[in-house]
Design a protein. Structure first.
Length: 414
């Protein structure tokens, strides 16, 4: 018998904390940073791009929620694939793919954070990226309760910020809703092949704005009553941000053209300034906090996933080491370091597109895993089923369609 038990992860996360953790990551991963990059190709039809992306995300979310209820462990997708196909190499490959996607997402958020910060303070972008990575790494190294607590507080601020933004624009410019409505109707009435290609391209980027719920399952070993918590938390978080995204997009396009939004490094701040005539300092600060939140959650996800795969024997046990504060330190440091390098190297829209590409492959695998698992044990499947039988099939097909659409758009634009 060993003298001292090795530190393990602890179940300290409640359902509300889990929902806030997820919502904060989804919001932090998208609209504050990328709304301009979505509006530019889609024009005034940008809300349609958000709806297409939301449909794909909701199907994957239903599958994730059910699988997390069945298998509440870290390294979620790798475990789901193993339960479905019994192929350790496949589980490891997809798991590594997800970690890479999360790391690239962290890089995109670091880049977005630096963009907002340098609009307030004249400092080199590269310095902000490195300093931000180091500060957030220090926070996440303190422990999961501290990390999730900070994330929950930031979520409340950033969700409130989106409501404040949309409300301020519409109060200052009541005609904004009518302006958007007229432009949307005109764009819808004259839609052609080029417009459809723009919506597809925008949907591919908008899909990134919904990512984050898949990270929630990787703290499963630290959640209280995971079978009950995950369905409520995942679907609640995704539903909330969908409504917020549509409201903010409509408000922003009511006062700025899609081209103006696309040209701005802080698009929501630009929309607020145009509508109110005042300084956008408060919006910039909220945007900063939103991106910080997403980075924290991505760092936690990547490190827990590496820990979970190492515990299953799919990665070297070096990644399974846990500090005295119950934190998988080595994975955290690795993810933060790689994300920092990527943020210094690649532009933000390319980082978002690459993340979407990788995660669409992951979502296809998740939906197929649920289909196989349900067929293997029909009676047990019916007891745990959270969605109709067609949902994982539709989710897989929709993910393939969005992926194929982006490939076609990319080829035809060459």
């Amino acid at each position: 018998m060993s003298k001292t038990a090795a530190p393990k992860l602890r179940r300290v996360i409640s359902t509300p904390m889990l929902a806030l953790y997820g919502a904060g990551n989804i919001v932090g991963a998208g609209v504050y940073v990328l709304i301009g990059k979505i509006a530019e190709p889609a024009g005034y039809l940008a809300p349609l791009a958000f709806l297409v992306a939301a449909l794909v995300a909701f199907c994957a979310a239903l599958s994730y929620a059910e699988l997390a209820s069945r298998f509440p462990v870290s390294a979620g997708i790798s475990v789901y694939l193993h339960e479905a196909f019994r192929r350790p190499r496949l589980s490891t490959l997809i798991g590594i793919l997800l970690v890479v996607a999360g790391t690239i997402s962290t890089a995109a958020l670091l880049k977005g954070f630096a963009g907002y910060f340098t609009s307030l303070v004249a400092v080199p972008l590269e310095l902000v990226i490195v300093a931000g990575a180091l500060v957030l790494l220090a926070i996440t190294l303190r422990g999961i309760k501290e990390s999730v607590g900070v994330a929950a507080a930031l979520t409340a601020i950033e969700v409130g910020g989106l409501l404040f933004l949309a409300g301020s624009i519409l109060l200052a410019q009541p005609q904004a809703l009518g302006v958007f409505g007229g432009q949307f109707t005109a764009s819808l009435g004259s839609i052609d092949t080029a417009a459809l290609a723009g919506i597809v391209a925008a949907s591919f980027i908008a899909f990134y704005a919904f990512l984050g719920f898949e990270d929630m399952v990787n703290v499963a070993e630290e959640v209280k009553e995971p079978a009950k918590a995950f369905p409520k938390a995942i679907l609640g978080a995704l539903g909330l941000v969908t409504v917020l995204y549509l409201a903010v997009t409509v408000a922003a396009l009511g006062v700025l053209t899609p081209q103006r939004l696309g040209e701005s490094s802080a698009p929501l701040a630009a929309a607020y300034e145009m509508a109110t005539g005042g300084g956008a300092g408060i919006i910039i600060v909220i945007g900063l906090l939103a991106t910080l939140n997403g980075i924290i959650v991505n760092l936690v996800m990547g490190s827990r996933f590496l820990y979970g795969m190492a515990n299953k024997g799919w990665l070297p046990p070096w990644f399974a080491a846990v500090s005295s504060r119950h934190v998988p330190t080595r994975g955290l440091v690795l993810v933060a370091a790689v994300a920092c390098v990527a943020a210094l190297w690649l532009p933000i829209d390319r980082l978002a597109q690459l993340t979407s590409l990788l995660l669409l492959f992951v979502f296809i695998a998740v939906n197929l895993s649920l289909i196989v698992i349900r067929r293997r044990d029909p009676r047990h499947a019916r007891q745990l089923r959270l969605s109709p039988a067609f949902v994982p099939w539709f989710g897989a097909v929709a993910s393939v369609a969005l992926l194929a659409g982006q490939v076609i758009v990319t080829i035809t634009s060459l």
